[in-house]
Design a protein around this ligand. Structure first.
Ligand code: MLT
Length: 409
């Protein structure tokens, strides 16, 4: 008799972004013909950089010729791309080896899958608010207790609280935990931890033989000095941290799909000496994954240097320009806002302490603008909403005009 993985029953609700899409679709059904402006999910809208497109087209032509056609590649990613990733990290003075990189179909899947190489009894620390994948994957992996609807949190997880006063940057837990999820620049708050704040976690992890899962998907949005682009800028991090990142928000690969995970050879944990975790992730990928798309890998290679890099940087600047428009617009309405400078996300406090889903409804109803309710990222977000800057400029301008004219705040 087959039974289900009952951990799925513990999940508190449907996944956040489909839920927003469902509510938006329902609203559109009730209000046919009215266009909505989407500043909800962080989904890129500008075209791929020309150099990236050229590289992908060349690869497709090679695939169309039997003398240059290739089938399965290496599960870890093609060697030329792993070597290029090594050079990309050298920009920030970080020395890594190609065998420490694992190219994948994106940061989201890696962030969800990485927990499989850790024991079910590991105590997990997650920031509140957080990107929901860290929470849900560990619930499904059996590391949580029941969902506590009063607290809006799962028993068994250690929540790293953040506050407005603390700039939404968490500090290491008082108690001993085993796995720590950090996202820097942060999704959803747009906050960026500086070198010293990240170092506090590295020191904690080394002292407690904990492992940090560091999501740096938005690192190219850091334009100011003093903030690490990678956790490996911090001394000792190779001993205690896995870094997960992506081409999605840097080169517009949300649909193309390509990301990477770094598992350093030096990384160790309680019962795994240096090298063990790298070997386990390699084993996991070889068994469950057949390598990332070869066309995507060609495009990604082109994005790392020269024209492709410049064009990708221009995309980032474009979205940061949108973020400024959103930030300035909301500020002019008297709202308190965070993020949006070294990050594509703007974290806005709801007016009059309104619940985030109620403010979501208000913005949709009155302004036809879709945002992400902060409560969907955890209870600490319930009086905030997140604005994403990943729209076309004219749509972002139109959305902010509508918020200013119609929100009634
Ligand atoms: C977000 O909106 O938080 C992200 O775009 C979702 C994702 O990257 O999976």
């Amino acid at each position: 008799m087959a039974t289900i993985n009952a951990n799925f029953n513990k999940l508190a609700s449907g996944y956040l972004f489909p839920e927003i899409a469902r509510r938006t679709a329902q609203w559109q059904k009730r209000n046919p013909g009215i266009p909505v402006m989407r500043l909800g999910i962080g989904n890129t809208t500008e075209p791929l950089p020309p150099a990236v497109r050229r590289a992908m087209k060349e690869k497709i032509d090679k695939l169309g010729d039997r003398t240059t056609y290739t089938g399965y590649g290496d599960e870890q990613g093609d060697t030329y791309l792993r070597e290029a990733m090594v050079k990309y990290y050298q920009r920030w003075g970080i020395a890594l080896e190609p065998t420490e990189f694992f190219i994948s179909d994106g940061a989201k899947s890696d962030a969800a899958n990485i927990q499989q190489i850790f024991g079910p009894d590991n105590i997990v620390a997650i920031q509140d608010p957080a990107y929901p994948v860290y929470v849900d994957s560990n619930v499904v992996g059996g590391r949580s207790g029941a969902y506590n609807s009063e607290r809006g949190q799962y028993d068994g997880f250690v929540y790293l609280s953040t506050s407005e006063e603390g700039g939404f940057i968490p500090t290491p837990p008082e108690e001993k935990v085993d796995l720590i999820y950090l996202c820097n620049p942060n999704n959803p708050t747009g906050a960026v931890a500086n070198h010293a704040q990240v170092k506090a976690f590295v020191d904690y992890a080394i002292a407690n033989k904990a492992v940090i899962i560091y999501d740096s998907a938005y690192s190219e949005y850091i334009t100011e000095e003093g903030f690490p682009r990678s956790i490996y800028e911090v001394e000792g991090a190779k001993r205690c941290a896995i870094e997960i990142s992506s081409f999605s928000k840097f080169s517009g690969f949300t649909g193309v799909r390509l990301g990477w995970t770094i598992v350093p050879h030096e990384l160790e944990c309680e019962d795994g000496a240096a090298g063990v975790l790298n070997g386990l992730w390699n084993r996991r990928q070889c068994t469950f994954f057949n390598g990332a798309s070869n066309v995507s890998q060609s495009g990604a290679y082109a994005a790392l240097f020269g024209k492709g890099y410049e064009e990708s940087r221009a995309l980032v600047e474009y979205y940061l320009g949108n973020a400024k428009i959103i930030r300035d617009g909301l500020t002019s309405l008297g709202l308190t806002v965070y993020g949006g400078t070294n990050s594509p996300y703007i974290w806005a406090k709801t007016p009059n302490n309104m619940d985030s889903w109620a403010f979501f409804d208000l913005l949709l109803e009155r302004c036809h603008v879709v945002v992400t309710p902060g409560g969907g990222f955890g209870p600490a977000g319930k009086h905030y909403v997140r604005f994403s800057s990943y729209g076309h400029r004219e749509d972002v301008e139109q959305a902010m005009k509508s918020v200013k004219e119609n929100a009634g705040i």
